[in-house]
Design a protein around this ligand. Sequence first.
Ligand SMILES: [Zn+2]
Length: 688
Amino acid sequence: MRRQIFGLTFAALPLAVALSAEADLLVRTTSDGVRTPSDVAPAPRSAGVEVDVLDRKMDPCTDFYQFACGGWIAQNPVPPDRQSFSRVSQLQEHNLTILRGILEASAADGDRRKAADYYAACMDDAGIEAHGLTPIGPDLATIDEILNPDDLPVLVAHLHAYGVPALFRFGAQTDLTDAANAIANVDQAGLGLPDREYYLKTDDRTAGLRAKYVALIQTMFGLAGEPADQAAADAKAVLALETTMATAMLDRVKRRDPASTQHRMTINELQALSPNFNWRKYAAAAEAPPLPTINVAVPAYLRALDTLVTLNSMNDLKAYMRWHVLHASADLLPKAFADAHFDFFNRTLTGQQAEPPRWRRCVADTDAQLGEAVGKAFVEQTFSPQAKADTLQMVHDIEQAMRQDVGAAPWMSDDTKKAAIAKLEAVVDRIGYPDEWRDYSSVRVTRDDALGNRQRSLLFNRKRTLAKIGQPVDRSEWSMTPATVNAYYSPDRNTINFPAGILQPPFYRAGRDAAVNYGAAGAIIGHELTHGFDDQGRKFDGQGKLRDWWAPADGKAYDERASCIADQYSAYTVAGDIKIDGRLTLGENTADNGGARLAVMAYLAGPGAKAKDKVDGFTPEQRFFIGFAQKNCGSSRPEAERLQAQTDPHSATRYRVNGPVSNMPEFQKAFSCKANAPMVRASACRVW
Ligand SMILES: [Zn+2]
């Protein structure tokens, strides 16, 4: 789920992105910031087990997360300008500071100069204020000038070119019937609120959020010059239109079944599905290549869209599009727009109290748009060839553990094991950064046009995406930038991908206690590898084809094991009264459990085989588990926890620790927990 631009953070994922970056390890990297640069620490500490953040009053067998992280949480309250704060945030902070140094250095040339100019334009808040609405003036005028519904496809294509996902999303995805080539993909998109449920739920809290959302739209329309009564009517029309869209959308849990979003058709069949939206006109305006086959992710949504463009007045559709242009641009518009937008999307929805410092938002945006232009310098400063070799070795150790784990699984037949191993052998390991750096020479960037720079960068990405249609899938492409504190498995390419940005303290440090390196970075590697064999990943083969390679009885046994994990996590509560959705989070929870298992197996078979000595009073196995937990230390505001529970396939950090360890006999043994301890589940779940 690669990070949309600031302001589109909560937009529904495009399938193409979902398929290539389906399983990022950690919660989304929004541009929530913290402290001022002057008190930025060097790299987060990393000596080994961090004994000074333990909560020794807590029995590790009662609440291991609290034991490992209680001190950290007490010492690190969520700063006002963040929605959550964690070890990930600390490392992000560190990486963004390095990028800032790169962007502010004067000697840059080529693409690096371009990134520096992009950053400088973003930082120029006086210039942004002076430009007013001029940068989006042509877009707003184009929307205004459309009189005829027949021209709607041209307008939608225009907005899509600049990253505004109006009404639907059009892009490229791997053709999952052969996994060799890319085809066009049309998917549901275009809501302003974070999820369809926000439009459909009738409880007071959600109804209150909708009222505030309408008030925001009205405010933004007013700021853009609409008379008050028109702004009020238009804002209501936007909510009504988006509610119709939301009603027809497939929900997040159903979308997790990859087959549910695969419907290949010709453009004539697509046209028959929504006869009142001219797809050939859209494709021509989008400058798409020929479209012999299109995947239509949610046919029912396109049928509803057809009704929507037929029944709604052009005035309502125009209001919807004006809103989405403002929504996508708000952070680079004058302060009145940015503040109003922040007030709802951050303060209300996530509990974030204050805006992060501008430099952090601008560095994050530069990284999002031109990440490989600064990525090379970032890698040179942070990720040595030795670190790459060492972490690759850890990947190989963990793959070997998975070979053993599959081989020993008592519930799998030999044929299914053989197929699983074949898939495992085909996994491609990618560490740090791309082999070939992206060439941004065709993107025009100037030091005085922040929004224009972003639009041209988005257009560059749009062209790259559409050029993939009908072409062989480029397996070397990364969907995260080198400085990203995250990792992903790509099911349609069968690759595990670890940006240099995450292979840093506190997750990994060369020469550190191996128990802690395997507990932290090793578990992340195991997590991504397990995604290839979670309830989604297992439906793809080693080439990335959607193909059932499981003997029926083994598939059934798998589902029973997965259900155990779904039920386990469905019993967990966040923000006081919200239950985690065990089906939404099933893939991530399976990966958290598998990752911990594979990493402890690899550690005990490798560097842990000879390690017996206690360090800081802890055995090697204990240090492994503390490292596993401490990489997840963090806390969130209740609003952010609620949002996460409704939209994020990752569980709250507490359960990303206590969920797996309470399923592991290795943990029970390491801490000598009694059989009836809270961290020992009587009927432990295990997939991998
Ligand atoms: Zn994951």
